[in-house]
Design a protein around this ligand. Structure first.
Ligand SMILES: [Zn+2]
Length: 115
């Protein structure tokens, strides 16, 4: 039995395309949501940044340094990102990341669907 759609064995190419650090092209930047992996204009996504080494926070003004991860302002996308551990991968840290601040931000933003 062959594995159906198993996770790629090599991680290098499977993650987001190496577009980070190439921001600032003439056209509107496009980013991939770490939750649902849909590519959208960055304007439609919330930037998440690392806070310390074990938490992420919403970077609403996009002024925090370091790596960022992009997420739809949607609790479902956050849940997806957490479930697949996309955030540590996107931010290049080994451990699990607390996303409480992001969840609170999304809740405060007034989306339906609390859980
Ligand atoms: Zn999404």
């Amino acid at each position: 039995m062959r594995p159906a759609r198993a996770a790629p064995a090599t991680s290098a190419r499977a993650a987001t395309p190496a577009a980070e650090g190439v921001a600032g092209t003439a056209h509107r930047p496009r980013r991939t949501c770490v939750g649902c992996r849909t590519t959208t204009e960055a304007d439609g996504l919330l930037r998440l940044a690392l806070a310390g080494t074990d938490a992420v926070v919403p970077d609403v003004r996009r002024r925090l340094g370091g790596r960022g991860a992009w997420l739809h302002a949607d609790a479902a996308c956050l849940a997806l990102a957490v479930r697949r551990r996309a955030l540590p991968r996107a931010l290049r840290v080994p451990g699990p990341l607390a996303t409480d601040a992001v969840a609170e931000h999304l809740a405060a933003a007034g989306g339906p669907g609390t859980s």
